[in-house]
Write a protein that binds this ligand. Structure first.
Ligand code: ATP
Ligand code: SF4
Ligand code: MG
Length: 338
C-alpha cells in the first residue's frame, strides 16, 4: 500500500453514511471510513454481516436507498462522486464503475434474455451497431468462460444455473471494460469449484485490462488470495488497513485476529494467530454477536466481544495509528499514551 496520491483511481476519505431511525436519530452505517484503490490493484474489504461493507461501496455510486451521505469524499479519477448529480452518476455507472452483486437474480431482469440485457448495457455506453453489440456480448460471455455462449445469450435468467447466471452478470458488468469493478460477495451463493473459477476469472481480467477491483467478502481467506490491500471493517468503522501479506502475517487488531482464528485452516500462512489456532487444533469463534446498527456500544464498538478490552475501550473511540509503516489500526493497544 502506498501513500494517497494522484495515481489512485479511487480515494475515499472520511465517508459517513447514515439512515434515519424513528425519533429522528441518525443510524451510522458507515462512520468515517477511508481507503484507496490504484489502477490494476485489488482492495479486499472484509468483516462480518452488517458491518457496512456494501453500504460503503454502493455509496461510491450513490446507490444506497434511503441513505444520507453525511460526510467525506469519494474521488473517482479526481472527481467527487458524492457531489455528482444523477446524470453524471448514470454516465459512470456500468461504464467506468461496474458492480457485481451477491444475488444475480436481483440484478438481472427476468423478462429479458441475457443477450438483450448485455446489449442494453452496451447500447447505453458504447456507440456500436446492433450487430456489433451482439458480437461483443457473445465474445464477453465466452471470456467469462460461459460454455455455449450463443445459447446463453438467447436464454432467460431463470432457465440458467446459479453459476451461469453469475457469469452472465459478470459479463454484463465487464462488457464496457470498466476502470473499477466492485464485486460484492461475488461467489457466496456458488459452490466451491465455481467460486474458485470466478475468482480466477476476475484476477485474469484484472491482469489483462488493468481494471481496479474492490472485492467484498466476509471470508478473509478468500480475500487474501486476491487482494493487494485489505480493509477490515467492524460496526461501520475501519479496524485495520494494510497490504494483504502484512495483514495476514502480522494482524494487529483483536477483531482481525478473531477472523483469522475462526477459519478452519487459518489463512494458510505460518505466522500470527493462525499458527496458534492450528497448534491447538481447535477452531475459535469470536464470542458474542455484531451489535445491531441501533445498539452500537460507546467507545470501541468491538469492546463487548474483545478479550483485551480495558475500561478506556468502553468509554473512548480508539484513534487510528500506524505501528508499522503503511499498516494502520484503530485500537487502544497500539495508541501512544494520549
Ligand atoms: N436501506 C437501509 N436502511 C436502513 N439500514 C440499512 C439500510 N441498508 C443497510 N442498512 C444497515 O446498515 C448496516 C450496514 O449494512 P451493509 O449492508 O453495508 O452490511 P454488510 O457489511 O454489507 O453486511 P453483509 O455481509 O450481510 O452483506 C447494517 O446494520 C444494515 O442493517
Ligand atoms: S480498542 Fe480495546 S476493545 Fe477495541 S479492539 Fe482494541 S483492545 Fe479491544
Ligand atoms: Mg453486504
Amino acid at each position: 500500500m502506498t501513500d494517497v496520491g494522484t495515481e489512485n483511481l479511487l480515494e475515499v476519505s472520511g465517508l459517513r453514511v447514515q439512515f434515519a431511525a424513528s425519533g429522528g436519530k441518525a443510524l451510522r452505517a458507515v462512520d468515517g471510513v477511508s481507503f484507496h484503490v490504484k489502477r490494476g490493484e485489488t482492495l479486499g474489504i472484509v468483516g462480518e454481516s452488517g458491518c457496512g461493507k456494501s453500504v460503503a461501496c454502493m455509496s461510491i455510486l450513490k446507490l444506497v436507498p434511503g441513505a444520507k451521505y453525511a460526510g467525506g469524499r469519494a474521488l473517482f479519477d479526481g472527481h467527487d462522486t458524492l457531489q455528482m448529480n444523477e446524470k453524471r452518476l448514470r454516465a459512470l455507472r456500468g461504464a467506468r464503475v461496474a458492480m457485481i452483486f451477491q444475488e444475480p437474480m436481483a440484478a438481472l431482469n427476468p423478462v429479458h434474455t441475457i443477450g438483450q440485457q448485455i446489449c442494453e448495457a452496451i447500447r447505453l455506453h458504447l456507440p456500436l451497431s446492433g450487430a456489433e453489440a451482439r458480437a461483443l456480448a457473445t465474445e464477453t460471455l465466452r471470456q467469462v468462460r460461459v460454455p455455449d455462449a450463443e445459447r446463453v445469450f438467447n436464454s432467460y435468467p431463470f432457465s440458467l444455473s446459479g453459476g451461469l447466471r453469475q457469469r452472465a452478470m459478470i459479463a454484463m458488468a465487464l462488457v464496457c471494460k470498466p476502470d473499477l469493478l466492485i464485486a460484492d460477495e461475488p461467489t457466496t451463493a456458488l459452490d466451491v469449484t465455481i467460486q474458485s473459477q470466478i475468482m480466477a476469472l476476475i484476477r485474469r481480467l484484472r491482469e489483462q485490462t488493468g481494471m481496479a477491483v474492490i472485492l467484498i467478502s466476509h471470508d478473509l481467506g478468500l480475500i487474501s488470495e486476491s487482494a493487494d490491500d485489505i480493509l477490515v471493517m467492524y460496526a461501520g468503522r475501519v479496524c485495520e488497513y494494510a497490504p494483504a501479506d502484512e495483514l495476514v502475517n502480522n494482524p494487529l487488531h483483536p477483531y482481525t485476529l478473531g477472523l483469522i482464528q475462526s477459519r478452519p485452516s487459518g489463512i494458510g500462512v505460518g505466522a500470527g494467530m493462525s499458527a496458534d489456532a492450528s497448534a491447538g487444533g481447535r477452531l475459535r469463534t469470536i464470542p458474542g454477536n455484531v451489535p445491531s446498527i441501533e445498539e452500537r456500544p460507546a467507545g470501541c464498538p468491538f469492546h463487548p466481544r474483545c478479550e483485551r478490552a480495558s475500561e478506556r475501550c468502553a468509554a473512548e473511540v480508539p484513534p487510528e495509528t500506524a505501528p508499522v509503516a503503511g499498516h494502520t489500526v484503530s485500537c487502544w493497544l497500539y495508541a501512544e499514551e494520549m
